[in-house]
Design a protein around this ligand. Structure first.
Ligand code: CMC
Length: 428
């Protein structure tokens, strides 16, 4: 293959180098385009054809259903590693040895107390506030309590900041839910593992001991791993672009949380449960909704089915289906909404329309089911996604800064009025 691409603009040929990644992905380096063509730019709404960066963190191949963090397959990581190991891997590039992992877990615990004044900020929100708005605000507020900006070139300073946010973020997540439920704020228990502590902080009742359920711990650990990174998606690109102005890590993360909030991104697992509720309210006839999903005149789509990138299967869904089955069997939850979910999945998997179009349940279908059976309110689902995505965002932010990427500043093709004289107000 040639190592150059030729582009002809206004009768003049220009050559651009081709960049080949370690998995043989090919990119056309057009960084000199405007200079050599006298200002011609590219137009690519949604950046579907634009590589915004070179990255060594996550590789995904939608056609083949491959997802790897730092070269390790998601299947192996979900099976053999813990969420904290995966977080370390994503952020620092290598799996930690036992000593590094124990230190990482210890240092995170050391940093898990948030300034008590954060409670006052939380108090000011109405109970009805959407948890994603609350989480984004509290994450941004952390900047006020930790004002010094991190020196990314110093391994030590970066490590300290990482353990700080990894320690405090689950507290904010749990408190966001407890506030909504009217429960007193709780710090959990530092003798527990990261995921166990998250569950305790979220669910401990003030007048009861909290008993850990290893099946729930395992399911949540896996869900967090599966959500930990997904290369240059909307929230991750947001974190990178905000950070590219050298805004601080916490401010960049807060922006990423806002991006994740949208129903086209992290909000999909909430949409799955809302759809299931709507089917239940309508009488629970799954066949009727299957027909609606297939009807081209009807805008209804089966939420939690299909994927923009994974066209054969979502590797994350394969892994999490097993955990969902275990959780449902263990909890023995009687829930008509979950029965509808099972019914829909079974029907879709044997329906010609869905089989032909390769529309399989995606990760959000099963994560919604697991969160629902754990007793996590629907509005909190995207917050749980954020908890998993945190290490990915940190890793991408750090990489962007270490690679000394320039400030993100796309161009546009202006389509507004051309120059016109100012009109006095009396003449408008
Ligand atoms: N229900 C019914 N039909 C569907 C669905 C669905 N969920 N998804 C796709 N189709 C049909 C679509 O109508 C089209 O049919 P035809 O070829 O006859 O016109 C065909 O399948 C291909 O669909 P598409 O719209 O070209 O596929 P896409 O890649 O643009 O859309 C998607 C992917 C995820 C937006 C879409 O499948 C969808 O809307 N799914 C439901 C929402 C959902 O679950 N989103 C979460 C995705 S996972 C989130 C993450 O990883 O961050």
């Amino acid at each position: 293959m040639s190592d150059k691409a030729t582009l002809e603009v206004n009768g003049k040929k220009h050559e651009f180098p081709l960049v080949v990644g370690t998995e043989n992905e090919v990119g056309m380096d057009i960084s000199s385009l405007r200079a050599v063509t006298g200002g011609v730019t590219t137009l690519d709404p949604g950046y579907k054809n634009t590589g915004s960066c070179e990255s060594a963190i996550t590789f995904l191949n939608g056609e083949e259903g491959i997802l790897r963090y730092r070269g390790y397959s998601i299947e192996e990581l979900a099976d053999k590693a813990s969420f904290l190991e995966v977080a370390f891997l994503l952020i620092f590039g290598e799996l930690p040895n036992q000593e590094q992992l124990s230190k990482f877990a210890h240092d995170i615990k050391e940093q898990s107390v948030v300034d008590d004044d954060i409670k006052k900020i939380l108090d000011a929100f109405p109970k009805s506030a959407h948890p994603m708005g609350v989480l984004s605000s509290l994450t941004s507020a952390l900047t006020a309590f930790n004002p010094s900006s991190v020196n990314v070139d110093s391994e030590e300073a970066m490590y300290k900041t990482v353990v700080k946010i990894m320690g405090k973020f689950p507290v904010l997540v749990a408190w966001t839910m407890r506030k909504q439920k009217g429960l007193p704020l709780d710090y959990g228990d530092n003798s527990l593992g990261y995921v166990e502590n998250v569950l305790k902080m979220m669910f401990k009742k003030p007048n009861e001991e909290y008993t850990q359920n290893p099946i729930l711990v395992n399911a949540l650990d896996k869900l967090l791993i599966l959500h930990a990174d997904h290369e240059q998606n909307c929230s991750t690109s947001t974190v990178r672009i905000v950070g590219s102005s050298h805004a601080g890590l916490f401010a960049s993360l807060s922006a990423g949380i806002s991006a994740l909030w949208g129903p086209l991104h992290g909000g999909a697992n909430q949409a799955v449960l809302e759809m299931l509720e709507a089917i239940k309210e309508d009488g629970g006839d799954t066949k009727k909704f299957m027909a609606k999903a297939k009807d081209k005149e009807d805008p209804f789509r089966l939420m939690g089915f299909g994927h923009r990138v994974y066209k054969n299967f979502d590797p994350r869904a394969k892994i999490i289906k097993k955990a969902a089955d275990e959780v449902l069997a263990d909890l023995g939850v009687e829930d008509p909404v979950l029965d509808i979910a099972k019914g829909l999945a079974a029907e879709a998997l044997s329906d010609d329309y869905f089989v032909k179009r390769k529309l399989y349940p995606n990760v959000d279908f099963y994560s919604g089911i697991i969160y629902r059976s754990m007793g996590i309110p629907v509005e909190m689902f995207t917050v749980m996604f954020a908890l998993g995505r945190l290490p990915g965002w940190i890793a991408q932010w750090r990489e962007m800064r270490l690679r000394k990427e320039p400030i993100g500043r796309p161009r546009q093709i202006y389509i507004g009025e051309t120059h016109r004289p100012f009109k006095e107000i009396s003449k408008r």
